[in-house]
Unconditional design. Structure first.
Length: 204
């Protein structure tokens, strides 16, 4: 019986040491590069990185939006929020693509499999296993993602081909542009990103 009590006492000592030094003994619970700080008597607090707040640093601070929350980059890619509401994904070495969605070494015949071109653009496989988007009237850019304001897509016709994705609604705005009104769960200039937050963006 004494052995059981000694073992029990040792377990309590180990548990107490683990709880009193929470941040050293458990995975960091703080998000968005927040730092974990153990508190005497057990528990922890998070010291948040610039731009974040909340008990676990899981909310953007200062009322500015962060298009990287939640992270739209796939396969372990890291997201950087850029000016103007756009993002950049930095992909692990084995993935490529706008959202790190394409495994490197994928046969060239698959480069257009999921049609990476927006706004009705056509995808063409090019040497080296990559692709090129051939954009329709009113759009330009690597993936036909930029509204160019050319005939067929200006003024009251800006929403003619509904450039909004995932069920988003297109609304013409003064000056010849449009805005996408995204449904719940989507965000981005054209509702192309999954977010769980309602969003509106104006495209000129």
């Amino acid at each position: 019986m004494n052995i059981l009590i000694i073992v029990h006492t040792q377990l309590i000592d180990v548990e107490t040491k683990m709880i009193n030094n929470y941040c050293s003994n458990f995975p960091n619970p703080c998000r968005n590069s927040g730092s974990c700080l153990s508190i005497p008597g057990g528990g922890f607090v998070c010291t948040c990185s610039t731009g974040f707040t909340g008990n676990l640093c899981d909310y953007p601070s200062g009322g500015t939006s962060n298009n990287c929350l939640p992270n739209p980059c796939r396969n372990g890619g890291s997201c950087t929020s850029l000016a103007g509401g756009s993002i950049r994904c930095t992909c692990p070495s084995s993935f490529t693509g706008l959202l790190c969605e394409q495994p490197i070494g994928t046969p060239s015949s698959n480069a257009c499999q999921n049609n990476p071109c927006f706004n009705g653009g056509s995808c063409a496989v090019v040497p080296g296993g990559s692709f090129r988007c051939i954009c329709g009237s009113g759009f330009t850019g690597t993936r036909c993602e930029v509204f160019s304001g050319t005939p067929g897509g200006t003024g009251s016709n800006a929403c003619q081909n509904n450039p909004c994705f995932n069920g988003g609604s297109c609304a013409v705005v003064p000056g010849g542009g449009f805005r996408c009104i995204c449904g719940a769960g989507f965000t981005g200039a054209r509702c192309e990103l999954s977010s769980g937050i309602h969003s509106e963006r104006v495209m000129m």
